[in-house]
Design a binder for this molecule. Sequence first.
Ligand code: AKB
Length: 314
Amino acid sequence: MKKIMITGALGQIGSELTLKLRDIYGTDNVIATDIRKNESEAAGSGPFEVVDVTDAKSMLDTAKKYNADTVIHMAALLSATAEANPVFAWNLNMGGLMNALETARECKAQFFTPSSIGAFGPSTPKDNTPQDTIHRPTTMYGVNKVAGELLSDYYNHKFGVDTRGLRFPGLISYVTPPGGGTTDYAVEIYYEAIKNGRYTSYIDKGTYMDMMYMPDALNAIVDLMEADADKLIHRNSFNVTAMSFEPEQIAAEIRKHIPGFEISYDVDPVRQSIADSWPNSIDATAAKEEWGFKADFDLAKMTADMLDKLRTKL
Ligand code: AKB
């Protein structure tokens, strides 16, 4: 049985991933770590350790203590926060990744870390963006993601670490809210639709970005980590996506459940310019061909489920 250590286990992806992995591999085999402990189920339902990812020793000691054979490194700043604090973002995103890769190397562990559509930039082809293409991002987050993909590939060919990664689009979930991302509007809109019947979007109408519902993202991580290494031509990182939409389209879908729902705009220039530098839609053919990626939720199915779950929660 695997022994998995997760960093950033209380974050947007980590909190749900921890519970899913505990279901699959057993509670005691999934060690959640984060910079602080809170009252969440991810923190309380199994082994938990406080680990600051910039502290290499603490991360390695924790992995050794539990004999981790898999490291899932989720701790990172998202795009808008990174843009506001670029030096801090470099230190956290790159320092944390380097420590996590070193931990995986020392422990001979399999390794996963997420990349993002943020790894692309304004000179990347915007529609149906290929797996292998131009990467000249103009954000600190994007610079971190491209460097992270290259570093992960380096640890694979130089040291034989089994590194794997996914370029995630915006992830939408009703469990743990994201913080500091550019795609967060597509989560906030559902909360506001239930609470107030209206939403003011900081992303302008007509701005298309890729998105995915969290259950599909979690399945993608598990499927990629379980995939036969011999079938992987790519490793760091695979394009994955479930849908691409702009704010008017998500609003129209919400209106099918909440008639009269209104959307207005107060565009945030920083997040808008980040969104404008990212693709409209990416091509996930390599992920489908190499390890069978598929997504179950489209915009209609995700919207019905989000609103249903949030009505119970809020
Ligand atoms: C963000 O908006 O920063 C993230 C991402 C697409 O990587 N959700």
